[in-house]
Design a binder for this molecule. Structure first.
Ligand code: FAD
Length: 501
């Protein structure tokens, strides 16, 4: 009953949004919004290149623009952030093992000296993708598949926030990713920390250090110290596990030496609704991670349902079905993905049951159109619009929402578009196939688990070496590879940076 009411409300909201969009579009075309709406600058008359608009600068968007041939495509990137984040190392940022600069890449490019050096050494005389990139720090709010434009709103200080801009495209790549899932649990949005961006990682790091400073204050009672230093993680997937591992390293390697008297009050608890943590990994690896965690004193609470989060407590139903109120000093929330609001605004695009944009094997979206004969709604492939990354799913080819999938789809798509523009139609029509390179997670104390799918299950120190080598090689620029290596050495020799600023 509740579900059907919710569904009806959802349908009404969708219809309302559609009507509003239509109204807005007609106002746009009549010019009533003229003061706020400007049309994008058209290509130079001599510019014969096809305009590709890419929405998002994450794994999917960034890797698409990097591999598109700038001599064939004019590329416009719309994203609220003008940088790419190497997410697998975000947990290291949140405890100070690495600095934020190590994992971000500006999509606008690098300094001149390096570029000159590259062209001199490798004689690359062609255009670099950054030299022809047009970037707008903005969010896409609407797309019109018939008229081939997206509406965007700026997300940058200095530009009037009510400005609306219409960007026309020849090809559109939707790569807006997802938001964190909260399951609408009361108090989650207000009282937890998510770990999706460098800003989140910076806030978590500051909160951990702030809790230690507060707990060391002269007047703080023992009970209050216990609350302040109870660090909770909700979600036993790779992100939650890696954060718990990095946090335990920070406590054992650094904070233990700085605040020895506070150590008896510290506690790390990992909650999950499932029976095991790392459930996507092979059972033996998941069991190994659990035993290592328990050995390090991490409290694993599986089979637990979170009911509510307040600034000082997390309310749960424990595995025996009883309610419990647990005091906390910090909660990091990592329970999966929720659809990006932009995808719910794409009412003309076909979606799956999780609200991901559905695509065919060439990563083209399906749009809904009215069949003029039968007057019923039919779906057709839109050859100029693509959806990739966490916000998309290929029909009948279910893939996990990971950087690996987003990256492979982005490279496939840019190569496909390059082939298409070069007239190699046969190559451009080949379907996307995913190559599984396995999954890995850091479990603390220089140990990791690596599951490569087949028979190969690696754990312990060897897995940790593989984990570090893989992420070092996957991080994008040479500058960041050097920075990461330097910070690993610096943290090992001098400890993590625990200053709060
Ligand atoms: P994102 O990387 O989330 O990028 C979305 C982009 O769209 C962002 O730039 C955002 O600003 C922009 N955007 C949002 N809304 C709009 C809008 N309306 N208009 C325009 N732009 C918009 N995967 C792995 O395979 N291995 C790992 O080890 C791993 N570790 C992870 C660790 C953490 C802490 C996290 C959070 C994720 C990890 N993942 C990992 C998952 C991986 O990061 C995601 O699958 C990947 O980021 C998806 O890429 P994406 O481009 O689809 O989305």
């Amino acid at each position: 009953m509740l579900l059907s009411v919710k569904f009806r409300l959802y349908q009404t909201a969708q219809r309302g949004h559609k009507v509003l969009n239509r109204l807005k579009s007609s106002l746009v075309s009549t010019g009533i919004f003229k003061s706020h709406i400007a049309k994008t600058t058209p290509s130079e008359p001599l510019d014969k290149r096809t305009t590709v608009v890419v929405l998002g600068s994450g794994w999917a968007g960034f890797n698409t623009i990097r591999h598109l041939d700038p001599s064939l495509y004019r590329c416009i990137v719309i994203s609220p952030r003008s940088y790419f984040v190497f997410t697998p190392l975000l947990a290291s940022i949140s405890v100070g093992t690495l600095e934020p600069r190590c994992i971000v890449e500006s999509i606008r490019g690098r300094g001149q000296l390096w570029n000159k050096l590259c062209s001199a050494l490798w004689k690359t005389s062609g255009m670099s993708y950054q030299s022809s990139l047009e970037v707008a720090e903005a969010v896409a709010t609407e797309v019109d598949l018939q008229k081939k434009w997206v509406m965007i709103k700026p997300k940058i200080n200095g530009v009037k926030s009510d400005t609306i801009l219409r960007i026309e495209y020849d090809k559109l790549v939707i790569a807006v990713g997802c938001y964190s899932q909260t399951f609408n649990i009361k108090g989650v949005k207000e009282n937890v920390f998510f770990l999706k961006d460098v800003d989140n990682a910076r806030k978590i790091r500051n909160r951990i250090l702030e809790r230690f400073e507060a707990a060391s204050f002269f007047t703080v009672s023992e009970e209050h110290k216990r609350r302040l230093l109870h660090f909770c993680i909700v979600g036993g997937g790779p992100t939650g596990v890696e954060f718990a591992a990095e946090l335990t390293d920070l406590l054992n390697d650094d904070l233990k030496l700085i605040y020895p008297s506070l150590m008896p009050y510290t506690k790390v608890t990992l909650f999950d609704v499932a029976k095991n943590i790392l459930s996507a990994f092979d059972k033996s690896l998941s069991a190994y991670a659990e035993s290592q965690f328990r050995g390090k004193g991490i409290n694993i609470r599986t089979g637990v349902k979170v009911l509510e989060v307040t600034p000082s407590e997390i309310k749960i139903i424990n595995s025996s079905g009883e309610p419990e109120n647990i005091p906390h000093g910090l909660i990091v929330w990592s329970t999966g993905l929720a659809p990006n609001p932009f995808t719910s605004y794409c009412t003309d695009i076909v979606k799956d049951e999780k609200q991901n944009l559905l695509t065919d094997a060439n990563l083209n979206i399906y749009c809904r159109v009215k069949d003029t004969e039968s007057m019923s709604e039919v779906r057709v492939v839109d050859k100029d619009v693509y959806a990739i990354g966490d916000c998309a799913q290929i029909e009948k080819y279910l893939l996990p929402a990971t950087a690996q999938v987003a990256n492979q789809k982005a490279i496939y798509l840019s190569k496909k578009l390059n082939s298409e523009a070069r007239g190699n139609i046969k190559k451009s029509k080949l379907p996307f196939t995913f190559e599984n390179h396995g999954i890995m997670a850091y479990i603390g104390g220089w140990e990791a688990v690596v599951d490569t799918g087949s028979a190969s299950k690696i754990k312990g120190r060897t897995a940790w070496l593989l984990w570090r080598a893989a992420y070092l090689s996957m991080s994008v620029s040479i500058k960041n590879k050097i920075l990461i290596m330097i910070y690993w050495i610096v943290s090992f020799l001098f400890g993590r940076d625990i200053s709060r600023f």
